[in-house]
Ligand binder design. Structure first.
Ligand code: PAF
Length: 288
C-alpha cells in the first residue's frame, strides 16, 4: 500500500475529517513522537489489519513536552516529519495528525492531569518522576481528539503500555489498547527512535542488552527463580561494564513475579549518555 496520507496540523482539521466518516467506520490511532522506524511501521500495519481496508487509521506525531524533564532530550529529540509521513503512507495510514505544541496545549500545560497511580512511580517512574503523568495526559487527549476505538502501542515501552491499558480501563475510555511485540534489529537490539543517538562503539555495547536478557531466559529455563534471573542478568551487564538502572522480573501486569508461570523481564541500562529500555516475556518454573 502506498497512498500519501493527509497531513493535518489542527484540531479543527481533524474534526472535519472525523465528522465526515460514517458512524460504522472503525477508528484506530497509533500515537507516536515521530522519528518513525520499522517498529512503528508494524504498529500501523497492525492497526490497518484490525480496522480493515474501510477503517480509519490516524498516526499522531507529537513530541510531547510534558513527558520530558528539564534535563532530558526534548530539544534534541529527532524530528523527521517528511520521512514519517512517507512511512505512514507506505504502511496504510489515512491521516498523520502532527499538531504544534500550541495546538495541543493552547493555554499551556493542562491544569488537570492523569495521575498514573502507584505503578507510575516505580521503574521508569522512579527515574523519571513526572514522565507517566505527561504520557497518560497526552494519550488521553489524543484518544479524545482522534475519537479512537483502538489504540496501538509497542511492547518496547512495556510499563507505558501497562499504564495506558490501565488508564483506558479504569477511566472507562472505550478505547481498546492493543500491545504489539517489539521489533528488533537483526542483532537483537530493540528498535527505538533514540538508537540514532548511539555511535558505533555504543551501538556494539547496546547489542549486549538482548544478549543479557537471553541469558536471563536461560536461567529461568533451567528452573531459576525470578531472583536468580535478576542477579544473573545484573552480573552479565556488570561484567561488560554496562551501567544498570534496573533489572526486574515481574508478572505481566508489573506486580510481583510468580513462582511459576508467565513473567516479564524488564531492563533499563545506560550506554554512554543513552538510556536503553528493553523487556521480554519469561516463563518461570518448570513447564507442565
Ligand atoms: O511512546 C511514545 O512515543 C510516547 O510516549 C507517546 C505514547 C506517543 C506519548 O507521547
Amino acid at each position: 500500500m502506498n497512498n500519501a496520507p493527509r497531513v493535518i496540523n489542527s484540531r479543527a482539521g481533524l474534526d472535519s475529517v472525523l465528522d465526515s466518516l460514517d458512524s460504522e467506520v472503525m477508528r484506530a490511532v497509533v500515537p507516536t513522537m515521530g522519528a518513525l522506524h520499522e517498529g512503528h511501521a508494524t504498529l500501523i500495519r497492525r492497526a490497518r489489519e484490525h480496522v480493515g481496508p474501510a477503517g480509519f487509521v490516524v498516526v499522531t506525531v507529537f513530541v510531547n513536552p510534558t513527558q520530558f524533564a528539564a534535563n532530558e532530550d526534548f530539544d534534541r529529540y529527532p524530528r523527521t516529519l517528511q520521512s514519517d509521513v512517507d512511512l505512514c503512507g507506505e504502511h496504510g495510514a489515512d491521516v498523520v495528525f502532527a499538531p504544534a505544541i500550541d495546538e495541543m496545549y493552547p493555554t499551556g500545560p493542562t491544569q488537570i492531569t492523569v495521575d498514573p497511580g502507584p505503578l507510575g512511580h516505580v521503574l521508569e517512574g522512579a527515574v523519571r518522576p513526572a514522565h507517566f503523568q505527561g504520557v497518560l495526559t497526552v494519550v488521553n487527549k489524543l484518544f479524545n481528539l482522534t475519537r479512537a476505538q483502538f489504540g496501538f502501542f509497542g511492547e518496547k515501552d512495556y510499563q507505558q503500555l501497562v499504564l495506558i491499558r490501565q488508564m483506558a480501563s479504569d477511566l472507562s475510555m472505550g478505547v481498546d489498547v492493543i500491545g504489539v511485540p517489539t521489533v528488533r534489529e537483526p542483532e537483537g537490539l530493540a528498535m527505538s527512535s533514540r538508537n540514532r543517538y548511539l555511535d558505533p562503539a555504543a551501538r556494539e555495547k547496546a547489542e549486549l542488552v538482548p544478549q543479557g536478557m537471553q541469558a536471563g531466559i536461560s536461567v529461568a529455563a533451567t528452573g531459576g527463580s525470578g531472583d536468580d534471573v535478576m542477579s544473573h542478568v545484573q552480573t552479565f551487564f556488570a561484567e561488560r561494564h554496562i551501567d544498570v538502572d534496573y533489572v526486574v522480573v515481574t508478572n505481566p501486569e508489573l506486580g510481583p513475579a510468580p513462582e511459576s508461570g508467565e513473567g516479564r523481564l524488564i531492563v533499563a541500562v545506560r550506554v554512554g549518555s543513552v538510556r536503553l529500555l528493553d523487556n521480554c516475556p519469561i516463563h518461570l518454573g518448570v513447564r507442565s
